[in-house]
Design a binder for this molecule. Structure first.
Ligand code: ADP
Ligand code: MG
Length: 452
């Protein structure tokens, strides 16, 4: 049988890939992924406003690329193998993220620690629409200098530059006040986004190599969704859910937290900051980490609805890229789907955590019940409830759960009921209340339900 190779139209495909759905901040984050993977210790994002000549540069001091590696990196669908903790996936991010924001992407890189040889190439939409060829342009020495502004003189690293920012500025009035304002807002959003998405790298948590980042020379500081440094954050017992997806085995680590109530923050500013970019209500829910980088920040992935009363509940869910197919990670690494086989278990767990969060929000938990004090402690009470299986609330007297309370302390009926309710799961509440009412009416504790 004879074969005919049909090469896609460069012009049409590259144009259509511009609409993968990246926002500016997400596009920057996708390029920063590469810097982190290249073991950069410093990533600098520069946004220079100059009307038509505005430029965005993402500069790193990672390992850089040899000329042949750089050419491969510029390929749509770059060829390479991935290590288990690599952030890359489809060999597309650099190109699709960049071209979603600009018409000209240039990448300059130096790999040799001893020689300041910098090589650069560009994807240029103008050239592509004229030629309709999958062609990149080699940058001459002056063009490289214009892009790098000599930042690669000291050692290896890479500069990614975006020019002709039609999507960012709105091309009709790129000089106007509105364009400047828009760009400023985008920079603020990007700083927030990077703070959140890379917080484990920025803080050097969990064995991540620590990375310093700046955006227009402002330090990007880590935003910890779980307020782990706050003494009133409760760290609940973690759980691992094993998963086997089409023969690939792995596990998902689930770490639930109950955040502090509003009154426990020293200032309204601290409370707002802890709320996060989308604010308290929307930031409740699942924080999905792929190789320690956040892909989803908040929301319940269709398991349950967002609810004001459960806004203190935030749950970290971590998996490694080996499970990408199970989670259906998309090209822009902005969306995942929860694997069907873990949904039920996760839903039960989410329901427990939300029940506790609701009680904390409603101030139903008396202060003595909170065992976990400060970062990295596990609340025994919550651990009982979050661990697999049914919590053992009936066989042990509630007082045994309580820190700072004498075991065997005699309680009034009202106190006893309050504590019993505090350890009750939402779905048990009706039954437990009915039992308490029956105990009251049977006058089990004598006069007025009091023990004395
Ligand atoms: N800043 C960088 N430093 C070193 N190598 C890079 C850098 N950016 C991109 N690369 C190389 O280019 C390849 C293609 O990047 P990309 O298009 O983002 O796809 P992916 O990250 O999914 O592999 C990367 O796998 C990496 O080898
Ligand atoms: Mg990438």
């Amino acid at each position: 049988m004879s074969k005919v190779e049909v090469i896609p139209s460069a012009k049409r495909l590259i144009e259509s890939l511009r609409d993968t759905g990246y926002e500016f901040s997400q596009a920057v984050a996708d390029v920063v992924d590469n810097s982190i993977e290249a073991k950069a210790k410093f990533v600098k994002v520069d946004v220079q406003f100059a009307g038509d000549d505005s430029i965005v540069r993402i500069i790193d001091n990672g390992r850089g690329m040899r000329p042949d590696q750089l050419i491969e990196a510029m390929r749509y669908g770059a060829n390479r193998t991935y290590e288990s903790a690599d952030l890359g996936k489809f060999g597309l991010g650099l190109k699709t993220a960049s071209m979603s924001q600009c018409q000209r992407l240039s990448v300059c890189s130096r790999w040799n620690p001893d020689r300041a040889n910098v090589v650069g190439y560009s994807w240029d939409l103008n050239h592509i629409s004229k030629t309709n060829r999958w062609e990149i342009l080699a940058l001459d020495r002056d063009a490289v200098k214009a892009v790098t502004q000599d930042v690669l003189q000291k050692g290896p690293g890479t500069v990614v530059a975006w020019e002709q920012l039609d999507r960012i500025l709105g091309y009709q009035h790129p000089h106007g006040e509105r364009a400047i304002k828009r760009l400023r807002q985008m920079c603020r959003d990007t700083e927030d986004h990077l703070s959140m998405v890379f917080h484990r790298f920025l803080a050097g948590e969990r064995g991540c190599r620590k990375v310093k980042m700046t955006l227009n020379d402002n330090d990007v500081t880590p935003w910890d969704p779980f307020c782990q440094a706050h003494p009133k954050t409760e760290v609940l017992k973690p759980t691992k859910i094993p998963i086997n997806y089409e023969g690939i085995e792995g596990e998902v680590l689930i770490e639930p937290y109950l955040l502090p109530n509003q009154k426990d923050f020293e200032t309204p500013e601290q409370h707002n900051a802890a709320g996060g970019p989308a604010r308290w209500n929307n930031q409740q829910g699942l924080y999905i980490y792929r190789a320690n980088r956040i892909i989803q920040s908040g929301g319940w992935s269709g398991l349950v609805q967002i609810d004001e009363h459960t806004k203190l509940a935030r749950i970290a869910m971590s998996f490694l890229p080996a499970l990408d197919d199970a989670f259906k990670v998309n090209v822009a690494k902005m969306r995942v789907q929860l694997p069907g086989e873990i949904r039920d278990e996760l839903k039960a767990l989410v329901s427990n955590v939300r029940g506790l969060a609701k009680k904390k929000y409603d101030n139903k938990l008396s202060p003595t019940i909170i065992v976990g004090k400060g970062a990295s402690t596990v609340s025994k009470l919550s651990a009982t409830l979050v661990g697999q299986g049914t919590p053992d609330t009936t066989t042990r007297p509630p007082t045994e759960h309580l820190a700072g309370t004498k075991v065997g302390l005699r309680l009034t009926m009202a106190e006893w009921s309050e504590r019993l309710i505090a350890v009750t799961r939402p779905e048990e509440e009706c039954t437990v209340r009915a039992v308490i009412d029956r105990a009251r009416s049977a006058n089990m504790y004598g006069n007025n339900g009091d023990t004395e």
